[in-house]
Design a protein around this ligand. Structure first.
Ligand code: PBG
Length: 327
């Protein structure tokens, strides 16, 4: 056989395969999303996300320790308040749940990098991501509250804020507010390319944040669209976003690649609750090998081009990196 080029040559043996590997996975690129709620001694499993829990601020500490031990030092906080109202006042309360959790984590874990999700849907009685005007979310009124929320998180000790509401102009509003208060060096990671997705279903169970009427399609993007995602990303960079996120990850890796080619800032991909739930469910039924699927999905997100990966499997991935199963 006259064949000089044999791609298989580079596939013999783990050592060589690792040498020529194009994508490396490192625990410093992982962010773990954590749910915190009011109360003490709470470790409540989320029914649609087996293996994920709602923590009170005291039990959260143990989880943060576990994460650090596994090599994950970045977390993103989601708050589940006791009380919700029309204007989501729990989102920007000085003693709100995220503010308390971040303050405690800041004090107890100075080596951790603390990011907060900035949105209103967990805090509003109607479950929408902003304040309402009739049945519509009032964009410009919501901006003021988002900016106030972001500032309160930073004042509590957050290192970075991540707006996920999809209102127009929120990055600029948050940047102005942080700068006016002296937080010129606090980065904003914008959920810029965020689609209206059924993959958020389990999260909404976890946070009790499903909209009580309608859906989020007037602010989150239509999943048929790609150029619109580029427009959102470019706008947010102009407004001062330091990192651009694509969400969900698995069904949107084309967008990760496109955004990576378009913007000059780091790109994050968020493997959301529905992605986690599908893998868990498939594994529970014995249809797939959970560990192998976790490694493969994580590597594929990085291969698509993300620099940062948000995932409920962060601790497992960090462990697999340590064990040499991925990386
Ligand atoms: C808040 C927010 C959501 C998620 C992150 N931030 C829910 C939503 O937009 O409905 C989803 C995360 C996940 O599904 O894991 N707006």
């Amino acid at each position: 056989m006259d064949m000089r080029i044999r791609p298989r040559r580079l596939r013999y043996g783990e050592m060589l395969r690792k040498m020529v590997r194009e994508t490396r996975v490192d625990p410093s690129s992982l962010i773990y999303p954590i749910f915190v709620k009011e109360g003490t001694g709470i470790v409540e499993e989320i029914p649609t996300m087996p293996g994920q829990y709602r923590y009170s601020v005291d039990t959260m500490e143990k989880k943060l320790e576990e994460l650090l031990d596994a090599g994950v030092s970045s977390v993103m906080f989601f708050g589940i308040p006791d009380h919700k109202d029309e204007v989501g006042s729990g989102a920007y309360a000085q003693d709100g749940i995220v503010q308390k959790a971040v303050a405690r984590a800041r004090r107890e874990f100075p080596e951790m990098y603390l990011i907060t999700d900035v949105c209103m849907c967990e805090y509003t009685s109607h479950g929408h991501c902003g304040v309402l005007c009739g049945h519509d979310v009032n964009n410009d009124e919501t901006l003021k509250l988002l900016a106030k929320t972001a500032l309160s998180h930073v004042q509590a000790g957050a290192d970075m804020v991540a707006p996920s509401d999809m209102m127009d102009g929120r990055v600029a509003a948050i940047r102005d507010m942080l700068d006016a208060n002296g937080h010129i060096n606090t980065p904003i990671m914008s959920y810029a390319v965020k689609y209206a997705s059924a993959f958020y279903g389990p999260f909404r169970d976890a946070a009790g944040s499903a909209p009580s009427f309608g859906d989020r399609k007037s602010y989150q993007m239509d999943y048929h669209n790609s150029r619109e995602g580029i427009k959102e990303a470019l706008l947010d960079v102009q407004e001062g976003a330091d990192i651009i996120m694509v969400k969900p990850a698995m069904s949107y890796l084309d967008m990760v690649t496109k955004i990576k080619e378009t913007v000059q800032v780091p790109v994050a991909a968020y493997s959301v609750s529905g992605e986690y739930a599908m893998i868990k469910a498939g594994a529970k039924l014995g249809y797939i090998d959970e560990e192998k699927i976790i490694c493969e999905t994580a590597a594929s997100a990085f291969r698509a081009g993300c620099d940062i990966y948000l995932t409920y499997y962060a601790q497992e991935i960090a462990q697999y990196i340590q064990d040499g199963k991925i990386g």
